[in-house]
Design a protein around this ligand. Structure first.
Ligand code: ASP
Length: 283
């Protein structure tokens, strides 16, 4: 669901694209997705980092995942409450541990040991999200569960692909619920053929292993990336009752950004073409 101030979101998207693009010029696809997602984690109008939706007990619980092709490396964190940039911690898990996913207080301790920035849990909680949780609870309705999860995909001049996703999950979720974003193959995935970051109904995305399903369709059927994304959204996720969206990039560098939710804020840049921003179906 679209939520928040579109102007503020557009401005944050522009900054994320700029930061991502500079990181791409001086570094790698991985640097680019991390830089872009960090900007969005700090932007209170998105559901990641500061400004995340609140769990049923009024706290922010964050998940993030990062993956890169062609080498298939991946890292993720779940249920962190104090890490300013969960995406940076996911990358640190990928690059400096033998593991893929760390969770909870142990992940926060690891972040501290690695000198990543920690904040008080209350720093992540905005007044707006407190009000929204109260409204959602009083209506006992799940119609305003979330939206605004952030993600980025990039391809660098060496042909490497990367994807990253960061989220506060769903509004009013049971404490301890983990969504699709840190589950590699569900909300985040990259291999030699494509990089994918998903948003939307996390449970449906997990049950369909959606991002990997897209990559498998591309690899095994030769389907174009955009068609593969649309097929998974329409034929796999929608029958489970879920709305979702994906940002995806293939080896040719052509982006695909389909969604079945009412809107999906997105920004992209390809080569020397000007940057573009879109919200609903104004394609
Ligand atoms: N997919 C996210 C989750 O389930 C939520 C969202 O994208 O709105 O955690």
């Amino acid at each position: 669901m679209p939520s928040g101030d579109d102007a503020a979101r557009r401005e944050a998207l522009e900054r994320a694209l700029d930061e991502g693009w500079s990181a791409l010029e001086s570094g790698s696809a991985l640097d680019a997705v991390q830089a872009a997602v960090e900007v969005l984690e700090d932007a209170p109008d998105f559901n990641a980092g500061r400004g995340s939706v609140l769990s049923a007990d009024g706290r922010v619980e964050m998940d993030a995942g990062i993956a890169t092709g062609p080498d298939g490396r991946a890292g993720a964190v779940a249920y962190v409450t104090r890490v300013r940039h969960p995406v940076a911690l996911a990358r640190t898990v990928m690059e400096s541990t033998p593991h893929v996913l760390l969770a909870g207080v142990a992940a926060e301790r690891f972040a501290e040991e690695r000198d990543l920035e920690l904040m008080k849990p209350s720093w992540f909680v905005t007044a707006r999200e407190r009000e929204r949780l109260a409204r959602a609870t009083s209506r006992a309705s799940s119609s305003e569960v979330g939206g605004g999860t952030v993600g980025a995909v990039a391809r660098d001049s060496a042909g490497a692909l990367a994807a990253a996703t960061s989220t506060g999950g769903t509004r009013g979720q049971l404490p301890g619920r983990i969504g699709d974003s840190p589950l590699i193959g569900a909300g985040t995935y990259a291999d030699a053929d494509c990089a994918i970051s998903a948003t939307g109904d996390g449970e449906a995305i997990i049950r369909t292993v959606a991002a990997h399903e897209v990559a498998a369709l591309v690899r095994h059927t030769g389907l174009q990336l955009a068609e593969a994304c649309e097929q998974v959204l329409r034929d796999r996720i929608e029958p489970l009752g879920g709305g979702a969206g994906m940002i995806a990039l293939g080896a040719s560098g052509e982006p695909a950004m389909p969604f079945t939710t009412p809107a999906m804020h997105r920004a992209w840049r390809v080569g020397d073409d000007p940057a573009q921003i879109a919200i609903a179906n104004e394609r």
